[in-house]
Design a protein around this ligand. Structure first.
Ligand code: 5RP
Length: 232
């Protein structure tokens, strides 16, 4: 880890641990995906193990998070058993001033959005460099598409103005989500009307999810060189 990465990692941890303060005993808690959310899962595990929190169950947003939580002894449940989530803690790739987000850098966007939409409170935890004047300035929009006809989806996304890159796994093969779908990373540049773009993507058959998370964030916890801020 470079010194810069180590500083960013300390911001991620600080934001995550602040957000875990919002969890109360007895809650159903959505467990996000990514390196920032993993800090929250680790802290939750410590609080459960020492008895500071009791009877908390987690809804993981990915197989990776499920494996982490299980390894740390965090009890898990599903949306089938608990269709309403009290509070979810998740990371993001880019955050606009109106708390709209780009998510999906870890490829868990579909499950993350399902859990976010089932949550009473969606707490987003980020390091300060992820704050952006406008979505699309720093990060492409991940679009999860069904493998059937995915090249057609790529052309469709290009017709909307995106430069499209097929996401690859570390071994160079196409990345597949937990659902077995393909991710197309779409660089639209700074996005003028995220709601209009989201509506176009939502109406396209074969698009299973996109990384524009609009009107879902209830709380934002940001950690940076000036400390930790909490916005609602
Ligand atoms: C996964 C996500 C992550 O929350 C997002 O990519 C942030 O990741 P990290 O905390 O590792 O920076 O949306 O699909």
């Amino acid at each position: 880890m470079t010194p810069d990465e180590s500083v960013v990692s300390s911001f991620k941890r600080a934001a995550a641990e602040r957000a875990v303060d919002f969890i109360q005993s007895g809650m159903v808690v959505g467990l996000g995906t990514g390196s920032t959310a993993a800090f929250a899962v680790r802290k939750l595990a410590v609080l459960l193990a020492e008895g500071t929190l009791k009877d908390v169950v987690g809804v993981p947003t990915s197989r990776t998070t499920e494996a982490l939580a299980t390894s740390l002894g965090v009890p898990l449940t599903t949306l089938d058993v608990h269709p309403v989530v009290d509070l979810t803690i998740d990371g993001a790739d880019e955050v606009a001033p109106d708390l709209s987000l780009i998510k999906g850098g870890g490829g868990a966007l579909l499950r993350e959005k399902i859990v976010a939409q089932a949550s009473r409170r969606e707490v987003i935890i980020v390091d300060a460099p992820k704050l952006s004047p406008r979505l699309g300035t720093k990060w492409p929009v991940p679009v999860e598409v069904l493998p059937f006809g995915w090249r057609s989806q790529s052309l469709f996304l290009e017709s909307l103005g995106a430069r499209v890159t097929v996401r690859l796994a570390l071994d160079g093969a196409p990345f597949h989500t937990d659902q077995g779908n393909v991710v197309l990373d779409c660089d639209f540049g700074p996005i003028n009307d995220a709601a209009a773009l989201a509506a176009r993507l939502d109406s396209r058959a074969g698009v299973m999810a996109h990384g524009l998370f609009l009107n879902l964030t209830t709380d934002l916890v940001v950690a940076g060189p000036d400390g930790i801020t909490h916005r609602v």
